[in-house]
Design a protein around this ligand. Structure first.
Ligand code: GRF
Length: 205
């Protein structure tokens, strides 16, 4: 899209390495988007510090002070809207989101999951893959729907599972691919190249 820069809001709870790769891709001119704000439910999330270092508004919204998930999501929606966010990017956000957020951003919420969905949804995906004995693992960027890690798949990347892999070594191999495909998926969205038809996402050239 020429002339208009997509405004994204990143929600993160943990280390924020995916946030960092998005920041780096934007600063390197490889991704045409602007991070309008970073929000975390966790005051200690390193994602907030990464955002502040790059002069990106960094907000801690503590889920514990709200009466329920819907009230929390209503606060998220208000903050995202205040910052003009058009695409919500979940990057290690450890909260289940509700229809309040889903309906505020229809077709405009993405998530990254450290497995080749639909295999190994939910927590500890890398450990699930190792325990299952798969020979190939990977990561998935998908649109978010009402289920857990069930929405239409946008981009995936594979990595081999090697003899002697531990959860840590496999996770490190996967996260390196996450850092590549998340900015790529956001770029496709920003360029208006993603079309969702039922479960299927087509990418126009
Ligand atoms: C990543 O493995 C991502 O796939 C999962 O949570 C982790 C977040 O890592 N959803 P980081 O906070 O971006 O470093």
């Amino acid at each position: 899209m020429k002339g208009k820069i997509l405004k994204i809001g990143v929600l993160a709870s943990g280390s924020g390495s995916n946030l960092q790769s998005i920041i780096d891709n934007i600063e390197a001119g490889k991704l045409q988007a602007e991070i309008a704000c970073v929000i975390s439910n966790n005051a200690a999330s390193f994602a907030l510090e990464r955002a502040r270092k790059h002069d990106i508004p960094a907000l801690h919204i503590d889920h514990r002070i709200f009466t329920g998930r819907e009230a929390y999501d209503a606060a998220l929606v208000e903050t995202l809207a205040e910052h003009g966010v058009e695409l919500v990017v979940l990057a290690g956000f450890m909260r289940i989101i509700t229809p309040v957020l889903l309906h505020a951003y229809p077709g405009a919420i993405m998530n990254i999951h450290p497995a080749l969905l639909p295999a190994f949804p939910g927590l500890h995906a890398q450990r699930q893959a190792l325990d299952y004995g798969v020979k190939v693992a990977g990561c998935t960027v998908h649109f978010v729907d009402a289920g857990t890690d069930t929405g239409p798949i946008i981009v995936q990347a594979t990595v081999p599972v090697l003899e002697g892999d531990t959860e840590e070594t496999l996770s490190a191999r996967i996260v390196a691919e996450e850092h590549r495909i998340y900015p790529e998926a956001i770029g496709l969205f920003a360029e208006g190249r993603l079309k969702v038809n039922g479960r299927k996402v087509s990418i126009s050239p």
